[in-house]
Every structure is written in C-alpha cells, then in structure tokens.
Design a protein around this ligand. Structure first.
Ligand SMILES: [Zn+2]
Length: 356
C-alpha cells in the first residue's frame, strides 16, 4: 500500500489517495466546516478513525470563517477560505492523517470567488511550491452544458499548473445549500436530478486532456434531510457512466472519480452501492450540523439557569463553568466526532489512512 506524509495532500499525493480509495472500495468523508471548532472536530475524528478526510468550505462557510461582520462579503469569502486552509496546513500533520482541502459548490455567480481563490493559490504556490487547496468545485449544472464545460475547461487550465484538481457537477443535486440550488419541490418533475451518462462522456472527453477532475453526478441525491419523498436514489447511473467511458474510450474500469453530494440521511446500502461504482468522496454536512447543535441544545436545556444568570439568584452558585463557551462547544465537537465515526464506518474508510 502506498504511504504518504501526514498533512494536507495535493497534486500527485492527492491522486494516490483517490486511486487508493477507488481500488480499496472505500470513500472519504468530505465535511463542510465554518469555524476552527468544526475544523478541529473533523481532524479529531479522522485521527481517531485512522482515516483520511476531506475538509471543505462553501462560500458561506468561508465567509463565516472570516467573520460575518466583515464589511466586504466577497473579500470575506476569499480570506475566510484562505484562513481555514492555513489553519489546516498548520495542524493537519500533527493529527497524523492525510487531509484534502477543497471548496464546495460555486455556481455562475461565484465563478469570481474561484478565480480569486486561484489568485491566492498562485501566490501560495510561488512561495511554497505546492497549492493552497487540493481542489475546488465548480457547479454550473444549472447552466447549459456548453457553458458548464467551457468554464470548467478554463478553470482547469488555470489549476493544472498548480497541481490542483477540479470537481464539476453534471445534473442537479436536489435541495438547497448555502443559497445554491432550490428547496425541494416534491411535486416537480425530477428528471433533471439524474445525470445522463452521455453528458459524463462529453465532459470526460473535454476535460481529461487538460487535467485531473472529478464528477459530482446526480443520481437522485439531495442536499439536506427531507421526509422520504418521490426522489429515488439510482446509483446505477454512476455504474452506467463508468461503463460508457470504459467502452467508448477503452480505458481501465472505473475511469471516473465520482463524488456523492447530499450524503446526509442516505440509506446505507445505497452508499455502499455508490462507493462500489467509483465514488471516492461523499459530502456530509446536514447530519453533522445537527449533531453539533444537538449537543448544545441538550446542554442548555439541562442547565437553563446557567444561560440566564452568571450567579444563581437563589443559591448564589456561580455558573461560569457552564456558560464558558468552551464547555458547550466541546460537547458539540464531541457529538460531531461521534456522528463522523459512523461516516468513516459507512464509507469503509476507517483504518485506511495512507499516512505513515
Ligand atoms: Zn453539494
């Protein structure tokens, strides 16, 4: 088994990580973070499970990382992402696992965000000889196929010299995330939620000569957790896309690097099936947001007076130990780690770290 240095992995090492996951039949959890607290919880869970992990930021998560009080929100989205990346570059190796740094959905309006992150990435590359982020995502699935592939080709042309990878989206992931996409409409015609394998072939032919890329293909997956509705997970779409490229281009089996968006709330058998078709990354956000907040809610409801008084008006008991944010944020982190333990098991990546 290939071994890598612990810490942030980019370039060739990133490709090694992806190839090992596909060959080993497991996938890495990709977790959205928005603070040092959530980031550290992900690092802690990865170390505990001896599994490699993907840490990613949405534009909103990045903005929150920089501080929502920052006046220039675009700048906050850029600097927040950079700040989180630097935090992870500094700490990851000390947790003894491999960490991929990634940014989540960028739709048409957010193309300037990705370009600005690449400006930062180029500066970082000049100084350190490696990229700031392992990969970025461009989600132009709501635009025409032509616009989607042209922009992906342009961005990937910028990324390839920096040893970076691009995640693209073909077919629309249902649900809404940080203002991207729409809330689920249960009555809508959901055909756009299923990627066409012919579109995947077209993307492969266009992007493969330029650089490394991965595909978030839609197979009925949905952002967020909703009541079971009329959207059926159909992982065979992933299998058919792999088979079409293998057959038309004479590649080795499973030529595509596939990404599963909207992993929260998914049935475990469908996850296993998707991973067997070449999914190396599964995004989980909603379930972890709930786990984090659930612990805080429980603590506040068990100790309501500590959040009303600094000193109990009847008993004179000081409540500092309860309202110190570290107390309940730590409980939140621990509950997030517990939920992530399940994800490492479900995805088969527990104990699979390539870190030396
Ligand atoms: Zn997504």
């Amino acid at each position: 088994m290939a071994q890598l240095k612990p810490g942030v992995v980019t370039g060739k090492d990133y490709l090694t990580l992806v190839a090992a996951a596909k060959a080993g039949g497991y996938a890495l959890p990709a977790v959205n973070v928005s603070s040092s607290s959530t980031t550290n919880a992900v690092l802690e869970a990865a170390a505990k499970n001896q599994g490699d992990v993907i840490i990613q930021l949405s534009n909103g998560g990045a903005q929150f990382y920089a501080g929502q009080g920052m006046k220039d929100s675009f700048k906050a989205k850029v600097l927040g992402a950079v700040s989180a990346a630097l935090h992870v570059h500094l700490l990851a190796e000390h947790y003894g696992v491999c960490v991929v740094l990634h940014t989540d959905h960028a739709n048409k309006a957010l193309i300037p965000w990705v370009d600005a992150l690449l400006d930062e990435g180029e500066k970082y590359f000049k100084q350190h000889g490696k990229p700031l982020f392992s990969s970025h995502m461009l989600d132009l699935s709501e635009d025409s196929m032509e616009f989607n592939l042209n922009e992906c080709a342009r961005i990937l042309t910028r990324m390839a010299p920096l040893d970076m990878s691009l995640e693209i989206e073909l077919g629309v992931t249902g649900g809404e995330e940080d203002g991207i996409g729409k809330e689920m409409d249960e009555s809508a015609d959901n055909s756009h939620l299923y990627t066409q394998p012919e579109d995947v072939l077209q993307a492969y032919e266009r992007l493969n000569p330029i650089g490394h890329f991965s595909v978030a293909a839609s197979f009925g997956n949905v952002h967020g957790v909703y009541k079971p509705g009329n959207v059926q997970l159909r992982p065979e779409i992933l299998k058919n896309s792999q088979a079409l490229i293998e057959q038309k281009r004479g590649t080795a089996p499973k030529p595509l690097n596939l990404v599963f968006h909207g992993g929260s709330g998914s049935e475990k058998e469908k996850i296993t099936e998707a991973v067997s078709y070449g999914v190396f990354k599964m995004n989980i956000d909603t379930d972890l947001q709930f786990a984090y907040s659930e612990a805080i809610g429980k603590f506040v409801s068990e100790n309501p007076k500590a959040f009303l008084y600094q000193v109990d008006p009847e008993t004179d008991k000081p409540y500092k130990k309860f309202y110190d944010p570290r107390k309940y944020l730590r409980l939140a982190e621990q509950n997030m780690v517990a939920r992530l333990n399940e994800a490492f098991v479900d995805l088969g990546s527990k104990g699979k770290s390539l870190a030396l």
